[in-house]
Ligand binder design. Structure first.
Ligand code: NI
Length: 398
């Protein structure tokens, strides 16, 4: 009987996972709604972490709290030795007002789970429930990582500093996508998200009377030139096949119409996917700031900060995930476009082969955008995400 069990193959695994997911679906939708009602923003995920810990306890999953400040880490150890697979979900909400009118809408003013991190947390708990039940079949460890502060970009760094990556061989993550039909999955090859860098520029001119610009050095005119020049970075410095965005999002100078100010301050962001594009953008920005200011006899101060790197989806991990989805759910995954947004799962992905799966969550007639006050993802995406990643974990640790 045992022989038959361990050799009975894919259909058997699919049935076991499907049964476990079906049995647990209502429970994890309920957990998602409880998290949704009390959204907590970056590093304030205290109640959320407590609910996660309580659920892990009820599932018999060993765990530690207070990792990366408000993060939680669960451990499922297989019956045989093998590699360690980390699966990460984010837990934080956004500082915005919910306007969905749902019975389980946010009860906290100006706080909303508008990016679906409540779904991700519930999905990872559901994955834990499935894998705990199948732990004897697993060769290796599954580490369930409930991360704080993804939106503020800081949670992954803190969790890594607290040792969450020790002994980890590979990593998976998921994000819901309300533009993708529920039940389907988006697969992005290679660089999936952007590196997020930021810059502060101060053009240092010489103030004076607005009627006598020849006796001043006008930082506003120089900043105007510079903003136009910065747009040539993408069109003339970055390889046309690579992706890069340079955006000036803030400009400030002067207070009065008849005074030329001393300085003009600009703030902006650079998004890039390929490392070459990132280097080219930074070099171009430095050169243009210096050169443009010099050509007007002005000074220029530039602070350029490299933030989160891009996520690189490892080809092998992608292939494993795709094959698992096909085996569990059929032909429901398709190639999807990368994003120019940032995501700090990139810090895990920098250390080990990783893949981040996009889980369809669209509900017809509802907003198809995250970070929107009317965002209402389809909760069935919890079950679909669980089926996909639990199966991937089982296959990777078999
Ligand atoms: Ni998000």
């Amino acid at each position: 009987m045992t022989e038959t069990f361990s050799h009975s193959g894919a259909n058997d695994v699919a049935a076991l996972i499907a049964a476990a997911v079906e049995e647990n679906e209502a429970r994890f939708i309920d957990i998602r709604r409880r998290i949704h009602e009390y959204p907590e923003i970056a590093f304030e995920e205290v109640q959320t972490a407590a609910l996660v810990a309580e659920t892990l306890t009820s599932l018999g999953i060993e765990h530690r709290t207070g990792i990366g400040r408000t993060g939680v880490v669960g451990h499922i150890r297989g019956g045989r030795p093998g590699p360690t697979l980390l699966i990460r979900a984010d837990m934080d909400a956004l500082p915005m007002q919910e306007e969905t009118g749902l019975p389980y809408a946010s009860k906290i003013p100006n706080r909303m789970h508008a990016c679906g991190h409540d779904l991700h947390t519930a999905t990872l708990l559901a994955i834990g429930a499935v894998l705990k039940r199948m732990e004897d079949r697993l060769a290796g460890e599954v580490r369930l990582v409930f991360q704080p502060a993804e939106e503020a970009i800081g949670g992954a760094k803190e969790m890594i500093a607290d040792g969450v990556m020790e002994g980890v061989d590979m990593a998976l993550s998921l994000h819901n996508r309300p533009e993708i039909a529920c039940g389907r999955f988006g697969i992005v090859h290679g660089y999936a998200n952007a590196a997020v860098d930021s810059f502060d520029i101060t053009v240092l001119g010489k103030g004076g009377h607005a009627a006598r610009p020849y006796a001043a050095i006008d930082p506003i005119v120089i900043a105007g030139q510079l903003i136009g020049q910065l747009q040539t970075i993408v069109s003339r410095n970055v390889r046309a096949l690579d992706a890069c965005v340079v955006t000036v999002g803030s400009i400030h100078a002067g207070e009065a119409r008849n005074i030329i100010p001393d300085r003009c301050e600009l703030k902006g962001t650079v998004r890039s996917r390929q490392p070459e594009a990132r280097d080219a953008a930074e070099a171009g920005l430095r050169r243009l700031c210096e050169g443009t200011a010099l050509s007007f006899g002005a000074g220029c101060e530039l602070t350029y900060r490299r933030g989160t790197p891009p996520i690189f989806n490892d080809a092998g991990m992608l292939e494993h995930t795709l094959r698992a989805i096909n085996a569990q759910l059929g032909d429901v995954a398709f190639d999807y476009e990368p994003s120019m947004g940032g995501e700090d799962f990139a810090l895990f992905a920098e250390m080990v082969p990783s893949f981040r799966l996009l889980v369809g969550s669209s509900q017809p007639g509802r907003s198809d955008k995250v970070h929107n006050s009317d965002y209402q993802p389809d909760e069935r995406s919890i079950a679909f995400g669980t089926l996909a990643l639990a199966r991937t974990a089982v296959d990777l640790l078999s």
